[in-house]
Each structure stands twice: as structure tokens, then as C-alpha cells.
Design a binder for this molecule. Sequence first.
Ligand code: LMR
Length: 329
Amino acid sequence: ACSGDKKETSAPAAEGDGGYTKDKPLVIKFSHVTSIDSVKGKAADAFAKLVDEKTEGKVKVEVYPSSQLYGDNDELDALVSGNVHMIAPSVTKMVKIDPRWQYVDMPYLFENEEHVRKFFTSDVAKTILESNQLAANDIKGLVFWENGFKHFSNNKHPLEKVEDFKGLKFRAQAGKVLEAQFKALNAGSATIAFGETYAALQQGTVDGQENTFNNFDTQKYQEVQKYFSVSEHGRLDYAIFVNKSFWEKIPADLLTAVEESLDEATKLAWDLAADENAKSFENIKNSGIEVLELTTEQKEAIKAKLEPVYEEFGEVITEELINGIRDLK
Ligand code: LMR
């Protein structure tokens, strides 16, 4: 049977509030991997609070931060099976379902935050957020949340020139694009779950990593890294994904309130991203590790060295997406 048949036979969402009350609320389980004081942690908690207010407690969003319920290796499976109803992964982690999500890792694809936000609300973003690949896994993509540009850090020596990356091993989030990025720099990489990265850096399983100022700071990587290079070579952003069957059964009035809450939390997430990353950058600079702000020429040299990533993955990510993003500049 096609999915159209399934829709007609499954129970429709109830009208009104579906009989949920403050004492017997509808529970939305929201799992994520960062800390409560991270950009994502703060936005997730704000969303939960808004939902509580707008539904008068009839919907309860239970937020599980810091990989405490599910980590990188199982949160997507938990969403598909309905054990959790909402996740907000760094979009590259959706590679398991659709390799195009690695658009976010394409080196120096986004110019600045304005470019990123234009993308979030663009038709080209819709093509991936509303894709059949997600629906086929009973997932619905709702909105994008922002984090920031990624930068490199490591324990061996300052990373200034492309030659400095040679022979080092970096932690990567997921997927072949990041692997190819490090390979293009003559470095190695290992995919390691976010929740296990601090230990991997501490124990020397890897020499370095790449992340936003805010993730670096809220994970306290300054305790286990010596050199930080402000390179802005890639992005780390999120999208909100929900279990589609679960979502479509939320009673009409409650769903309206939940959607309004998500819109407000999304605006907050966008505002928070720049501020929190700026604060974290100050924290990193004050932490005693060596911070190097790469010059335009140094960034251009890294960009040129990463050009093979476009040759290798342009087709997988699709020209439509890459050029669509470039055209938004
Ligand atoms: C990472 O694994 O580095 C990030 O995706 C963590 C996060 O959710 O921001």
C-alpha cells in the first residue's frame, strides 16, 4: 500500500485539546546531545516553557539534554521508532537518511550568518526539509535552528598553514564529507559521538576537533586542547525533526499552540546563536589556550586546499542545493 492509503486508515488527530489536562498531559520527549547552557540547550528549554504556558500545562515537553537519554549513535533510531518524539541534531548527522544534509559541511559554502538565515527560510532549504527520504522514515522536518561557524583546535601545535594539519587526527561528527575534508588537509579523522569527544581529546584518541565557539566552550574543551584557530571553514546548524505519526496525532488546538511555541523558540535560537557564540569566544580567549585568528589569506589557502571536497561530493549533495545556496548570497 502506498503512504496515501495509510493516512486515510490511521486515526485522525482529535479536535480541541483531546481531553488532555495539566494532570494528564500529552508528553513530547525531546532528546539532544549538548549541555543545558549551550545555544541548543537554552532554546530547547525555552520551547518547553512556551509550550507549558500556551497549552496551560496540557502538553509537557520533557527535554533530555547532554545525551542522557540518547546520544549521536541512537537518537535518530529512537525518533524513527517513536521512543523519542523530537530531536534537534546537527544536520550532518542526518546523513544516514539523506546524504544531502552534508551540504552544511561543504567548506566555506556560507559567507556569513545572514546568508545562513536566508537559506533557512528559502525554497531550496524546503526541498531538503520536506523531502521524501524523511517521510519514508516517518520523520517530519520542521524548522532550522542556528549554531555557528566551526573552527579547528588541537593539542600538538598552532594550526596556521595547511601544512600544519599534516598527520594530525581529528574528531568528526559524521559522514564522508568531513572525512574528505580532513583527508584534503593530509590529516586523519575518526567519527566520535559528541558525548564521547571530551574523553577522546583527553585520552589522545584524537589530537583535535572542529566545532563552534559555543560547543567548544560549553563542553570545556579548553581543558583538553591547547591551540585554537578561528577558521570559519564550515557550519554547524540544526533542524528540528519530529516523529511524523506522533506529530500528526496531536489534537488540533494543542498542535497550534505547540507550533506557535516552536516559532517563538526558533526566533530565540537564532538570536541566541550569535550572542552565545560571541560570549564563548571571549571565554576561550580568557581560558589560557592559544587562540589564533586566521587572516583572510590563511583562510583562502585552506579553502583552496579543500576544493577537492567539491569535486568529490558535488554530485551527492547535488548542484541544485550547492548552487541554490550560493545564489542566496
Ligand atoms: C557535534 O557533534 O559536535 C555537534 O553536532 C553537537 C551539537 O549537537 O551541537
